[in-house]
Design a protein around this ligand. Structure first.
Ligand code: ZN
Ligand code: ZN
Length: 462
C-alpha cells in the first residue's frame, strides 16, 4: 500500500471546472461528453453562421432536450447494474488520507492514513490497528490524562507566526507524519478536532500543516484489540487477535448550522480513559464511557433515568431507535442490546478496561467520503418475528427484549421483508436488525453525491 498521488491529477480537473477534486469518473465522462457536444455545436455554428444565430440557438435547445433523458436513463442503468462501476476510485480503495495532496517521504505499509477503508482485507486492517501511532504532547507540563483534555495547534507554515489551521488533542489523537525537517518542525496531516471553545474553528476538516517535532511521540498500541468506527455504516467493528470479532450499531455526531462541532471528528485515536459509572446530564445518562478525544467518549446509547430512580428504570426509547444513524453531539453511542456474539457496550467496556496487554487499544474513525458505498445485505440473511401478534422484526431468534413465552421467534429472510406479513413490521430497537433495503439505497445515493461528514464551509466563514 502506498499513499497515492492521484489527487494531483484530479486537481487539474478541479482547476478547470471548479469541481471538488473527488468527483466521480462518471461526472468526468459527462463533462467530456458535454464538451464534445459544445464542440459539435460550435462547428455547426460555422455552418449555420450564414443563416444567422437564432437558428443555432433553437437547434441547441432541441439537442440538449433530447440528450438529457437518454443520459439519465443510461446512468440509472449503470447504477442499478453495479453501483460501484460509476464510482472512482473504487470505494474499496479510498483511504483516510484520501484528501491528501501529497505522499509521505517514504511509503507506509501499515499506517492508518494509507490503509483503504475496506473491511474485506481483514489482514491489512489488523496490521493497521496494531501499528504504532504518532500522538502529540499538547502541554509538556500536564500528566497524560490531563493532557488528553488539552489541545495544541497546527500551523500553516513551519513558523509560529503563520496561520493556525487546525486543533490536535493531546495524548490520544494520531497524526500522519509526512516529513521530519531539520529546523525542528514536522509536516503532518490529520482531521482538525476543534470543539466549540477551541482556538481554531475547523470542524473535522482534513488539514496538512506543521507542528514542532518535539511535541510528537510515536507509541506502541495494544496487540489484542482494535476498533473501527465507520461513519458510513454507523457501525463499530471490534477486532480481536487478528480477526473481526463482532459488529455493533452506533450513532456518531449529527451537526447542524448552530452546532457544527457536533460532527464526530474522524481519524486515529487511543482509548485512554475508562470512567467509572456514567456521564450524567440531568436525567440523561451515558453508561460505560471511554474517553478518546478531549470531550468525546465512546459510551452506551443514552437513556433517561427518572430523578431518584435506578439503572433498571432506565428508558432508552428516545435514543435507541436512532442507532445506525447520526444522532449524537460528537460522542459515539453504542448499542446496549446484546448481539448474536454476546457483545454490547457493557461487555466491550469490561473487555477493554480489563485487558491483559496494558498498552492502549487503538480506535480509528473512518470518514464517509463521497464515493464510498455500503453493501446491500444479502436476501438470505435471517430475520425473526413473533407470528402471535409481534410488531417488530428482530436480528436474533432469542431477542432479550421479547417475553420469554414467545421465544424462540420465527425465522424469515431479509429478501421477504417487503412482503406480507413482514412489510408492516417495525425494526426492533434493542437487537438492532438490518434496516430496509431502501435505507441502504438512499445512503449509497447520498454518498455518490456528497460527503455527509463534511461540515459545510459557511460554518468556517462565520
Ligand atoms: Zn501513511
Ligand atoms: Zn429484538
Amino acid at each position: 500500500m502506498k499513499c497515492k498521488g492521484f489527487l494531483t491529477r484530479l486537481f487539474i480537473y478541479d482547476m478547470i471546472f471548479g469541481f471538488p477534486i473527488r468527483e466521480r469518473r462518471e461526472e468526468m465522462r459527462r463533462i467530456i461528453a458535454a464538451l464534445l457536444t459544445v464542440a459539435i455545436l460550435f462547428s455547426a455554428a460555422f455552418v449555420l453562421a450564414e443563416d444567422g444565430e437564432e437558428e443555432l440557438l433553437v437547434e441547441e435547445e432541441i439537442l440538449l432536450d433530447e440528450a438529457e433523458p437518454e443520459q439519465a436513463t443510461a446512468e440509472k442503468e449503470v447504477r442499478e447494474e453495479n453501483v460501484h462501476t460509476s464510482v472512482w476510485p473504487e470505494p474499496s480503495d479510498i483511504t483516510p488520507a484520501y484528501r491528501s495532496t501529497e505522499a509521505p517521504e517514504e511509503a507506509h505499509e501499515n499506517c492508518f492514513w494509507c490503509t483503504p477503508m475496506n473491511l474485506d482485507d481483514e489482514e491489512a486492517v489488523w496490521v493497521m490497528l496494531t501499528a504504532p501511532i504518532t500522538v502529540v504532547q499538547a502541554n509538556e507540563k500536564a500528566k497524560p490524562l490531563d493532557d488528553q483534555m488539552k489541545q495544541t495547534v497546527l500551523y500553516e507554515e513551519p513558523d509560529k507566526k503563520s496561520q493556525k489551521i487546525g486543533m490536535i488533542t493531546g495524548q490520544s489523537q494520531g497524526v500522519h507524519v509526512l516529513e521530519t525537517r531539520d529546523d525542528g518542525w514536522s509536516k503532518v496531516e490529520t482531521y482538525s478536532t476543534s470543539f466549540h471553545d477551541s482556538k481554531v474553528k475547523n470542524w473535522n476538516g482534513f488539514v496538512t500543516g506543521y507542528i514542532e517535532t518535539e511535541k510528537l511521540m510515536t507509541v506502541e498500541v495494544n496487540q489484542n484489540y482494535g476498533i473501527i468506527i465507520d461513519k458510513l455504516t454507523q457501525q463499530l467493528y471490534l477486532f480481536k487477535d487478528g480477526h473481526l470479532e463482532t459488529t455493533l450499531m452506533v450513532s456518531t455526531g449529527l451537526y447542524n448550522r448552530r452546532q457544527p462541532y457536533n460532527e464526530t471528528r474522524s481519524g486515529e485515536y487511543l482509548l485512554i480513559y475508562y470512567q467509572k459509572g456514567d456521564l450524567p446530564d440531568g436525567t440523561m445518562h451515558c453508561y460505560n464511557p471511554i474517553r478518546f478525544n478531549a470531550g468525546d467518549y465512546l459510551h452506551e446509547v443514552p437513556c433517561v433515568v427518572p430523578a431518584g430512580g435506578k439503572r433498571k428504570d432506565a428508558d432508552y426509547k428516545l435514543y435507541e431507535p436512532k442507532l445506525g444513524t447520526r444522532a449524537s453531539h460528537g460522542c459515539i453511542r453504542v448499542q446496549r442490546g446484546l448481539n448474536a456474539d454476546g457483545y454490547n457496550m457493557n461487555t466491550l467496556f469490561g473487555l477493554l478496561k480489563n485487558r491483559e496487554d496494558q498498552r492502549y487499544p487503538k480506535m480509528v474513525i473512518w470518514e464517509d467520503y463521497q464515493g464510498r458505498q455500503v453493501k446491500i445485505p444479502e436476501d438470505d440473511t435471517p430475520l425473526y418475528y413473533n407470528p402471535r401478534g409481534g410488531s417488530y422484526y428482530h436480528a436474533l431468534a432469542n431477542c432479550n427484549d421479547v417475553k420469554s413465552t414467545y421465544l424462540p421467534l420465527t425465522a424469515f429472510t431479509y429478501g421477504e421483508l417487503e412482503e406480507k406479513p413482514y412489510s408492516k413490521l417495525k425494526r426492533c430497537p434493542y437487537c438492532q436488525p438490518l434496516r430496509r433495503k431502501t435505507f441502504y439505497e438512499e445512503l449509497n445515493q447520498k454518498h455518490l453525491e456528497s460527503s455527509p461528514g463534511e461540515v459545510m464551509s459557511y460554518h468556517k466563514k462565520k
